[in-house]
Design a protein around this ligand. Structure first.
Ligand code: ADP
Ligand code: MG
Length: 319
């Protein structure tokens, strides 16, 4: 099976077609139509076996996650996703692996109606890079830099689930049977908050996706916006799986665990009614966890109002 057989057999056949794809896979480059009065939003994320996922991860999950983490970045910009490219280096062309990998990738692609429009395929250690593209109405992208003192800080869904999944996978945590599946699913097959991101356009003043942990990612908003924040630990939306192990793991998975792919965003007080309306439409719970303050830095406070310092602040590849 050569490079072109792989592309024809596994990457070209797809569940979604879009009229804005003038030329997809098959020429020297893709030709795509961006709607009038919109901006193109482009993001890319690389996944390396043994770094971003354990070597033994099933191919369906790898395919899913490679696309999911990119859709999450588009969601954090408030973008409507449309297209993606895939650059992949594979140790060998193994039909079973490729079949399951593309199933994982394309079932998520179908849910969000995005098309694979090109890429590159080579032999080498398992590494993949997806580039996702989408669009937003002009001026309406959600950025990290718009938070103002007094804005409320929110997160979608639950925090810490993927981190518990990773601890479980590494044998560093015991979890009752019924919690194992959900935390492993969250780690391997995160669900990007695409509808929420779009619904937050015109509502949120700043937004980011939580890929490196809340402390690190909220920290990026604070830095870009040149503000500080106060976050109440008892308001963090912890996953149910947390209940039996809180004593053992503490706040760290929720504060510093990566890979949850929830959105963290800020909302000016006068737009809270708009947030409630939007959230009812996009159907994802959003919880207020704190407030933006003028004084720089992130202050985490416990129930007694005492300051808490996190033990690790987030994942950094070069540390
Ligand atoms: P070129 O030599 O011009 O780079 P390639 O032979 O690499 O072209 O690719 C041929 C076509 O197949 C191109 O349209 C390219 O975008 C597409 N393609 C290659 N690899 C992938 C992939 N992994 N996923 C999707 N499309 C791919
Ligand atoms: Mg090429």
């Amino acid at each position: 099976m050569n490079e072109f057989d792989i592309i024809r057999e596994y990457f070209a056949p797809q569940p979604v077609t879009r009229p804005d794809v003038v030329m997809g896979i098959g020429d020297d480059a893709a030709l795509l139509t961006v709607p009038d009065e919109h901006e193109l939003v482009v993001t890319t994320d690389m996944l390396v076996a043994g770094v971003h996922f354990p070597e033994a991860t099933d191919p369906h999950s790898i395919g899913h996650k490679a696309l999911a983490v990119n859709l999450s970045d588009l969601a954090a910009m408030g973008a409507t996703p449309a297209w993606f490219t895939l650059t992949i280096s594979l140790p060998q062309a193994e039909p079973e692996w490729l079949k399951s990998f593309t199933q994982g990738m394309f079932s998520l692609a179908r849910q969000h109606e995005v098309v694979l429009v090109g890429g590159d395929t080579t032999r080498g250690p398992l590494t993949l890079s997806v580039q996702a593209m989408g669009f937003v109405p002009r001026w309406q992208a959600l950025m990290r830099s718009g938070a103002k003192p007094g804005d409320r800080i929110y997160v979608t869904g639950h925090l810490g689930e993927a981190a518990l999944g990773l601890l479980l996978l590494r044998g560093r945590l015991q979890l009752p049977e019924e919690y194992q599946r959900p935390v492993l699913d969250r780690l391997n097959r995160p669900l990007p908050r695409v509808a929420a991101g779009q619904g937050l356009r015109g509502v949120a003043s700043a937004c980011i996706d939580v890929s490196d942990g809340l402390v690190a990612d909220l920290g990026h908003i604070l830095e870009a916006s040149q503000v500080g924040a106060r976050v109440q630990l008892n308001r963090l939306p912890l996953s149910l799986a947390y209940d039996p192990v809180f004593e053992q793991v503490g706040w760290e998975p929720a504060l510093s665990g990566g890979d949850d792919y929830e959105l963290c965003f800020t909302v000016p007080a006068e737009r809270e009614p708009a947030l409630r309306k939007a959230a009812a439409r996009f159907g994802v719970p959003c919880v207020q966890i704190g407030e933006i303050e003028r004084h720089p830095g992130l202050r985490l406070v416990d129930e007694q109002g005492a300051l808490y310092s996190p033990k690790i602040s987030g994942y950094d590849h070069f540390r």
